[in-house]
Design a protein around this ligand. Structure first.
Ligand SMILES: [Ca+2]
Length: 312
């Protein structure tokens, strides 16, 4: 039976590739998408998601927008230099005419998450690839329902380094208060920090060699600016596909090595470069344990991404 999944996304370039990968995976049933403000605002994230659902052949999956500002008080999109002003490398306008009329429920993300948790409980996995604002709001609204789900997979945090400051990863830094609320909830959490997501680098050659036709063109266009950013910022000739990793792990957990830790996030001072830094300690019996994906089989993960995308 396919794993029931909701994704909570701030659809920039890597979220977009993650959504396409998920739609291609016949072992996953995507129930719904919720969007959160992060890379871009949650309304633009819903538009970008709609485009990916259409391209991925599932235009009827409902989308609910969520928080327009973080629990830490941040309002807007701060990642334009990475993902482009539309979140998709300045290509989205070109494609609007091709997008179907997927229903979008404004402001309904918390209700969607809680209702699905109540309905499906241990059959449901939520994958969060943006700041954790919506997930924290759902946990605060109904901690019992949310802790009954099978698992929450989160792309976020970084123990060796950050990516918006030397210490902090974007999702954790954008809403550290939400990140902390979720980490210390009763939910069963698996974290995919930069330590693992920065192991997988996708190059333009990878895309042109492994994909063809419209999908190749879309992904080449979408990743142009994102690759430029990575070349300047970290000196790699390609990009990290952060958000696709928890999606791959849903149906291929054996491609990752996991460990347990007690994880904490620095929530203040808000403007310091430490805000959003994640810290891990050996598990203590009186503290909340989080599962961390710290290493992965890079070659097999890339092969899995290409073989899935080629089924679309
Ligand atoms: Ca994201």
């Amino acid at each position: 039976m396919a794993t029931k999944v909701i994704v909570d996304v701030d659809t920039g370039v890597d979220d977009a590739i993650a959504i396409l990968t998920l739609l291609a995976d016949s072992e996953i049933e995507l129930l719904s998408v919720t969007t959160v403000t992060g890379n871009i605002d949650c309304v633009q994230a819903a538009k970008n998601t709609k485009l990916m659902l259409t391209k991925g052949g599932s235009p009827d999956v409902p989308i609910s927008t969520g928080a327009t500002k973080s629990r830490s008080g941040r309002k807007a999109a701060s990642a334009h230099h990475v993902h482009g002003s539309d979140g998709l490398g300045e290509i989205a306008d070109k494609y609007w005419g091709t997008v179907s009329e997927t229903p979008v429920f404004p402001g309904n993300a918390t209700e969607t998450l809680v209702a699905a948790a109540e309905k499906y409980g241990p059959e449901l996995t939520i994958v969060a690839t943006g700041p954790l604002t919506n997930i924290a709001n759902a946990v605060l609204a109904d901690p019992v329902a949310m802790s009954s789900i099978r698992s929450l997979f989160v792309m976020g945090g970084g123990f060796r380094n950050g990516n918006v400051t030397p210490y902090a990863e974007f999702n954790a830094n954008f809403d550290p208060i939400a990140f902390s609320t979720v980490l210390h909830s009763e939910m069963n959490i698996t974290l995919f920090p930069l330590d693992v997501t920065e192991q997988v680098v996708i190059t333009r050659d990878d895309i042109t060699t492994n994909l063809s036709g419209d999908l190749q063109q879309l992904i080449v266009e979408m990743t142009g600016k994102y690759i430029e950013f990575h070349q300047k910022a970290v000196g790699i000739n390609g990009f990290f596909v952060h958000d696709a990793l928890p999606i791959i792990a849903l149906s291929r957990p054996a491609l990752f090595q996991f460990e347990a830790a007690n994880v904490y996030v620095v929530t203040h001072p808000e403007n310091s470069s430490y805000c959003g830094q994640t810290l891990r300690f050996l598990p203590q019996s009186d503290a909340k344990e989080t599962r961390l994906a710290m290493n992965c089989d890079v070659r097999a993960i890339k092969q899995r991404i290409w073989s899935l995308l080629n089924t679309l």
